[in-house]
Design a protein around this ligand. Structure first.
Ligand code: VAH
Length: 312
C-alpha cells in the first residue's frame, strides 16, 4: 500500500491519479485533512490524516502498514509568510512524524518534496548548483532546507530510504496551487482565457525555474523507481524544467490569444521572495543518477495549459 498525504493539493491530486493507473486503485490511499470531491476517476480509498496528530497518523500507519509514503502536506512560500509559526510546525513536525512512523512501521521508501526556495540571496542565481551557499529567507525555504538535512540524517543514521526533489514552480490545470510565489504562472492562463488580461504580482523580468506538472509527476515516480544505489543525493535533488519571466510567458500566450494584455499593477511582497530565488537550475545530478530529462518547454507547456483549461 502507498499513502499519499496531502492528496487534495496541487501535486497530490495528480499524483494519486497517476499512481492509481500504475498500481491499482486500492493500493493507493489518498490522505488529507479534507475529503476530496469524488469523481469516478479519483474514487478510491481515502483517510482523514492530519500529520500533526500523532495518534491519527499512527492509526493510519497501523491500518495499512504502507510500503511507501508520499508526504505532500505543507504550507507554501507566500502563505508561510502570513503564518510563520504554523508553516514551521506543519512543514517540520509533519516531516519528523512521518520519518519516525516510517521507521516504526517498516516503510520501505518515503518521498518528501523540497523546493528551489531552499536557495537564498547569496546563492548563485544562474545555473544554481546542487551544492552552494544556501541562505533561504522565507519560513518555507528555511523549513525545506532543514527538512532536507533531516532526510539525509534519517538515511545515514537509520538507513531509511528517503528520496526528495527540489521542485521549481509547478504549472498545472487540474487543481489550483495553494499560496506560492510561482502561482502567477498558473493564474495568468485562467485569466487569459476568462478575461483576456492579467495583472501580475511579479515584475516583467522576474525569471524563475518552472515545470509542467506532467514532467514533475513523471520525474517524481522515476526517482522513486530508481535503484537505491543510484541515489547519491539523500538531501534533495536539483530538478530542472524550463525558466521564463512573466513577459516571455505573455509573449507565448499571445501566439494563441493575440490580444492578451499583461500589466504589472499588482506587485506585492511576493516580489521579494522571487528576487531571492534562482533563475535557473543545474540538475546534472538528477540527469546522471536517474536519467532525468524534462519534456515540456515553454511552447509545449503553454499549449497544454490553454488546451486543457479550455476543455475543463
Ligand atoms: C512556491 N510553488 O512558490 C512553490 C515552490 C518554487 C517554489 O516551492 O512557494
Amino acid at each position: 500500500t502507498i499513502l499519499v498525504i496531502g492528496s487534495n493539493g496541487q501535486i497530490g491530486t495528480e499524483l494519486v491519479t497517476e499512481l492509481r493507473s500504475i498500481y491499482s486503485v486500492n493500493q493507493i490511499v489518498a490522505c488529507d485533512i479534507r475529503r476530496p470531491d469524488y469523481d469516478t476517476k479519483n474514487a478510491g480509498p481515502f483517510e482523514f490524516v492530519n500529520v500533526l496528530d500523532k495518534e491519527n497518523l499512527k492509526s493510519v500507519f497501523h491500518k495499512y502498514k504502507p510500503s511507501q509514503v508520499y508526504l505532500l502536506a505543507a504550507l507554501l512560500s507566500a502563505t508561510g509568510e502570513q503564518n510563520p509559526k504554523l508553516a514551521w510546525d506543519l512543514n517540520m513536525n509533519g516531516l519528523l512524524n512521518i520519518l519516525d512512523f516510517a521507521i516504526d512501521f517498516g516503510t520501505k521508501k518515503v518521498y518528501w518534496p523540497s523546493s528551489i526556495a531552499v536557495f537564498g540571496p547569496h546563492s548563485p542565481k544562474l545555473n544554481t548548483p546542487q551544492f552552494c551557499t544556501m541562505d533561504p529567507n522565507t519560513v518555507y525555504g528555511i523549513s525545506k532546507l532543514a527538512g532536507e538535512r533531516w532526510c539525509e540524517y534519517y538515511f545515514q543514521k537509520y538507513g531509511l530510504d528517503v528520496r526528495s526533489i527540489r521542485y521549481p514552480g509547478l504549472i498545472s490545470w487540474k487543481a489550483m496551487p495553494g499560496g506560492g510565489t510561482t502561482d502567477y504562472a498558473i493564474h495568468i492562463f485562467h485569466e487569459a482565457l476568462k478575461k483576456g488580461s492579467y495583472s501580475s504580482f511579479l515584475s516583467a523580468e522576474t525569471e524563475l525555474p518552472m515545470m509542467y506538472m506532467d514532467d514533475a509527476i513523471r520525474g517524481t515516480i522515476e526517482l522513486m523507481d530508481a535503484p537505491a544505489d543510484k541515489i547519491t543525493i539523500r538531501s534533495s535533488y536539483n530538478f530542472g524544467g524550463v525558466s521564463f519571466n512573466p513577459e516571455q510567458l505573455a509573449t507565448e500566450i499571445r501566439k494563441h490569444i493575440p490580444d492578451f494584455k499583461l500589466n504589472y499593477t499588482q506587485k506585492d511582497s511576493r516580489q521579494n521572495i522571487a528576487n531571492s530565488w534562482p533563475q535557473n537550475i543545474d540538475d546534472s545530478f538528477a540527469k546522471k543518477d536517474w536519467n532525468w530529462t524534462p519534456e515540456f518547454n515553454l511552447e509545449k507547456l503553454t499549449l497544454a495549459m490553454l488546451t486543457n483549461l479550455k476543455k475543463s
